[in-house]
Design a binder for this molecule. Structure first.
Ligand code: MG
Length: 283
């Protein structure tokens, strides 16, 4: 099932996509409420008749309740491309593959939906893209074992982990470089966990129609169960938490010279089985 968020007047609502592509609004809940209800054992809510007019989709969780968790350096192919450029003094991918997941976060206010602009901040001149499969947590929990982790996955969506490389380097901690306003495009929908194999999903990204990234989540260093086990060993995961799992090879930083994003560019991410997330770039 594919689930979307949209605005109905002043109301934030959730719906599911019907067989003909129409949106069937759920009665009386937004996406966060839907996820919490399902995590609590509720049935799927009733749907209303399809929307008559087209709507602009929002990020499936337009304003997550807390920071979006992210995992860095989590694809072997990405570690290899950075090692080839001598990133952090590395001579091989093995030098960059971390012994435990590198977890950081993006502030909730950085989330934007399909079609919304990625705004280049005046303070940066090195904006990069990162196509990522993101997990949406259903049932929360602490100390979730890897073997039980997939039972806590509500579904999957796409995140573009937009990054100001100069800020990421300048400030050492990644919060500012990763968390600029508009730097977390998300969408277009959440695919429920039963409808996608998160361990084998093809991920592609284009800039102005040019294919830059073409990977598969079967190349993850730390798979989704291991990521959930690691994060929940430290803190309690909650319904509606989003975890972006890392990006495959092909980021701008991996090229010489790097083709940083610029105003007027259009970035498109596609994950087979989820859909397409496209965002223009402005300054
Ligand atoms: Mg990333």
């Amino acid at each position: 099932m594919k689930l979307v968020s949209f605005r109905d007047g002043a109301r934030l609502r959730a719906g599911r996509i019907g067989a003909a592509g129409e949106i069937l609004p759920f009665a009386g809940c937004d996406m966060q409420q839907l996820i919490e209800a399902r995590a609590g054992g509720a049935d799927w809510p009733a749907t209303e008749p399809p929307l008559a007019a087209a709507v602009q989709l929002l990020a499936p969780l337009p304003r997550p309740r807390r920071n979006v968790f992210c995992v860095g350096l989590n694809y072997r192919s990405h570690a290899a491309e950075l090692a080839a450029r001598g990133f952090n003094g590395a001579r091989s991918a093995d030098d960059l593959i971390p012994p435990a997941p590198v977890v950081f976060s993006k502030v909730p206010e950085s989330v934007v939906g399909p079609g919304a602009a990625i705004e280049i901040p005046a303070v940066s001149s090195a904006i990069d893209y990162e196509a990522e499969l993101a997990v949406v947590i259903g049932k929360g929990g602490r100390n979730i074992a890897a073997a039980d982790a997939l039972a806590h996955v509500f579904g999957y969506t796409i995140v573009n982990d937009v990054t100001a490389r100069d800020l990421q380097k300048r400030h050492q901690q990644w919060l500012l470089g990763k968390g600029c306003d508009t730097f977390c495009p998300m969408g277009p929908c959440i695919v429920t966990a039963d409808a996608l194999d998160g361990a084998n999903a093809r991920i592609r990204l284009w800039v102005n129609g040019e294919l830059r990234q073409d990977g598969n989540s079967n190349d993850l260093v730390f798979g989704i169960p291991a990521i959930i086990e690691s994060i929940s060993a430290a803190l309690t995961l909650q319904p509606g938490d989003v975890i972006a799992t890392g990006t495959p090879a092909g980021v701008a930083m991996g090229f010489s010279p790097p083709p940083w994003l610029k105003a007027g560019d259009v970035v498109k991410v596609e994950i087979d089985g989820i859909g397409v997330l496209e965002n223009p770039v402005t300054r």
